[in-house]
Design a protein around this ligand. Structure first.
Ligand SMILES: *Cc1c(COP(=O)(O)O)cnc(C)c1O
Length: 382
């Protein structure tokens, strides 16, 4: 366990976000909580139980190992849907545990059939349609073939879903391509239903699509980024807020990330600070050393650019981000002492450092910053 910093997860914010999302999608649409990439860096083992308490009973992950982790930390036997990778060697266990999973190729379908038949049971599958993203899924011809495979021996399959993924609903520039995808999805769905195969859940939408293309909600939405308190993009937020009376963001951030001052130093004019010649003291300055670096997800591209909060002041990172440390300028902050709180992400007094501020500087997406947060940093639910 890495104790150089601490992440806190705000359980009230989780409840707020889930309530908001459920209210928006209504009671007829299922919310699947996407907790891939260690719950977008928040930590599966810490966050999933809180989500479950907030009323979530359907989780989506990328891989079999993540599904196992969700299964282990939940109490109420939620549905667990694997949207991506299951090694062939794990397929039998995935079926036995009742995990649902995307079937994105005919090979995967055939193997699923073989495994389910050998075990004399049925597999809960979501047929994934290729509708224009050209990433994964069955095209029209393959879907026809899939239908014939399923119908030949239907007792080994439970058609839990029919789904696709859109190619960037968070940006207006993809509008046309997405309209085409939705059309294609409906056509493929009709073909499936004409063959008397009715999927339990039809699903297409991620967070952005849920808000930008309400008709893409179908029976279930796969919500990732928004449940953590972030809009998929500025555009998505503006799209939502322009029709609202109050212009306040209804979402709340869950995660804060804090460390402490490790040492304080005075540096005189003309001295370089840290490695090489990246920062020159142009006057006498006072610095604080903070034990976080790129090894714990604090990007090197924040060198000379990042900001942290100390004693209610915004302080600049000076010089290079090191593997385990950063140096910050505290010249204008009175009375800083070793052990004082340093906010890397979150609030202190009236100030806040948002993940987006972070990501704008480092040119990473919110998604990317979050997913890079290491799993071994201590986490606490408050
Ligand atoms: C990650 C993912 C989502 C969730 O996306 P958000 O933009 O975080 O809501 C939904 N569906 C699939 C297939 C995904 O991979």
């Amino acid at each position: 366990m890495n104790k150089t910093s601490l992440m806190t997860l705000d359980s009230e914010a989780v409840k707020n976000n889930i309530q908001f999302l459920k209210k928006k999608i209504g009671s007829k649409v299922k919310l699947s909580s996407v907790v891939k990439a260690n719950a977008y860096g928040h930590g599966i083992e810490h966050l999933v139980p809180v989500l479950e308490e907030a009323g979530v009973d359907h989780f989506s992950v990328f891989s079999f190992d993540e599904a196992l982790r969700v299964r282990q930390c939940t109490k109420l036997a939620p549905t667990i849907l694997i949207m991506g990778w299951i090694g062939n060697e794990d397929l039998a266990r995935a079926i036995n545990y009742g995990f649902e999973f995307f079937v994105f190729s005919l090979e995967r379908l055939q193997l699923t059939f073989n495994v389910a038949k050998a075990q004399k049971c049925s597999a809960k599958i979501h047929l994934e349609a290729e509708t224009g993203m050209n990433r994964s899924g069955l095209n029209m011809k393959e879907l026809k073939k899939a239908i014939s495979i399923i119908k030949a021996d239907p007792k080994h399959f439970e058609l839990a879903g029919f789904c696709t993924h859109l190619s960037g609903a968070e940006s207006i520039s993809n509008h046309l391509r997405i309209q085409k995808q939705l059309k294609k999805y409906s056509k493929m769905l009709a073909m499936l239903e004409n063959e008397q195969l009715t999927p339990r859940y039809k699903h297409v939408a991620n967070s952005a699509a849920t808000f930008v293309f309400p008709k893409a909600r179908f029976d279930l939405v796969r919500i990732g980024i928004m449940q953590y308190g972030f809009w998929s993009s500025a555009e998505t937020f503006i799209h939502y807020i322009q029709n609202q009376k109050t212009k306040e963001d209804p979402l709340q951030r869950i995660l804060s990330w804090k460390s402490r001052v490790m040492a304080i130093k005075n540096v005189i004019t003309g001295e370089f600070i840290g490695y090489g010649i990246y920062y020159l003291a142009q006057s006498d300055i006072k610095t604080a050393l903070v034990p976080i670096g790129y090894a714990c997800g604090y990007s090197r591209s924040l060198s000379n650019k990042g900001r942290v909060l100390i004693s209610g002041h915004r302080c600049s990172v000076i010089g290079l981000v090191n593997m385990n440390m950063i140096i910050v300028d505290i010249t204008n902050v009175p009375d800083v002492a070793e052990g004082d709180e340093v906010v890397i992400i979150g609030k202190q007094g009236d100030l806040e450092i948002k993940v987006s501020a972070f990501s704008n500087i480092s040119d990473e997406l919110n998604y990317e910053v979050l997913a890079h947060l290491p799993g071994d940093i201590e986490r606490r639910v408050v």
